[in-house]
Write a protein that binds this ligand. Structure first.
Ligand SMILES: [Zn+2]
Ligand SMILES: [Zn+2]
Length: 374
């Protein structure tokens, strides 16, 4: 059996659609028929050439990117009858799963820190087995032993797309921050991750959530997703004014938690000054090397800031995120975060639409999604 895959050949050629074979499904493996995949901020980085695509194993070469995606079970390997929570799983069921593969046998995995397994990124060149190792394709292969969770039927594929990246990532981060009922959270950036963070922070009991962005549509959506206040960076173009605004909104104290999902170093310096004494800084946005800044470390010490760098998550976050979506689907319009959909064959157009850097006023796109199955 063959499937289509959007193979990335670098910033010049970008994506080319290719037919590739699907792997033989081993006992314990699951072949997923992908139905939708999102374009995450991290995808835009390699697309515009900020950094090369990481290829962790095998020979380097063109790869199939795409890590924020969902699909249905196409083939269950021998011995698999349930998902990772023991719930019956059959072919045709919608599923969600971590897009990275913890090795389960290293020091960090042994300590339950699967998000920090040094061997978890297993993307390989497209010519290497099992070929379908990225989300921008008709098929994706879950190796034997990987985590897979049945997704509730009432959730649409558009709602499910952000589960294994944006939603899981910010949920894990807020969990790591030890967020308490009534806390104030400021979110720097109201795109795919930021909007999910606003809703999750509210659901976790935050009393006040301040969304900071430069796009009216995003800020309006943030308010509907549970933000209590917004700061438009076009109205307050100077960092000092934005810091002052956060202090005003928090009785002069600063926020308990600030999350950074923009990925510009100067944003970090600004965010650190929005924190209260003893606050937690959640750093997620800087995923490319050379994101340098000059920091007076005394600020971190004097203000007793806990600075947490967060990448990836533990698998339990996925079923928690699915339950959150079912429970709150009438409350937060997170499905609207997906603003534009494109068929897989138009993936290059989808990336053009999602690009915000160097564009006057950014882009109105909050999340572009490519779809495979109807
Ligand atoms: Zn992502
Ligand atoms: Zn490991």
């Amino acid at each position: 059996m063959n499937g289509r895959a959007a193979v990335f050949y670098g910033v010049e050629q970008r994506f080319t659609l290719q037919e590739l074979p699907t792997p033989e499904v081993e006992p314990g493996g699951v072949l997923v028929r992908v139905n939708a995949a999102g374009i995450c901020g991290s995808d835009l980085h390699y697309w515009r050439g900020d950094n090369p695509l990481p290829v962790a194993v095998g020979e380097p070469g063109p790869v199939i990117p795409g890590h924020e995606f969902t699909g249905v079970v196409h083939t269950l390997g021998q011995g698999i009858t349930t998902d990772s929570l023991g719930r019956p799983l059959k072919e045709g069921d919608q599923v969600a799963f971590p897009y990275f593969f913890p090795c389960m046998r290293c020091y960090n995995c042994m300590r339950g820190e699967l998000h920090a397994c040094p061997y978890r990124a297993t993307r390989t060149a497209v010519k290497n087995y099992p070929y379908c190792h990225g989300g921008y394709a008709d098929f994706f292969y879950l190796k034997p032993g990987h985590f897979v969770f049945k997704a509730p039927d009432e959730l649409s594929k558009e709602t499910l797309v952000p589960v294994n990246c944006a939603l899981a990532q910010v949920t894990f981060a807020l969990h790591r921050a030890d967020l308490h009922v009534g806390d104030t959270v400021a979110v720097q950036g109201a795109g795919g991750l930021g909007l999910n963070a606003v809703a999750v922070a509210r659901e976790m009991g935050a009393g006040q959530v301040i969304a900071i962005d430069g796009q009216d549509r995003r800020l309006e959506l943030a308010l509907r997703c549970g933000a209590t206040d917004t700061i438009n960076i076009n109205e307050l173009p100077h960092a000092d004014a934005r810091i002052r605004r956060v202090l005003e909104l928090t009785s002069g104290r600063g926020a308990d938690v600030v999350m950074e999902v923009v990925g510009f170093p100067q944003v970090v310096l600004e965010g650190l000054q929005m924190l209260r004494l003893g606050g937690v800084y959640l750093e997620i946005g800087h995923i490319t090397p050379n994101s340098s800044m000059t920091l007076d470390v005394n600020l971190v010490v004097r203000r007793q800031i806990r600075f947490l760098g967060i990448q990836h998550y533990n698998p339990w976050i996925i079923p928690a995120a699915l339950d959150f979506l079912v429970r709150t689907r009438e409350r937060y319009p997170l499905a609207e975060v997906t603003s534009d959909t494109f068929p897989l064959e138009h993936i290059n157009e989808a990336f053009e639409a999602a690009e915000w850097l160097g564009r006057e006023g950014g882009t109105r796109v909050t999340r572009a999604v490519v779809t495979m199955l109807q």
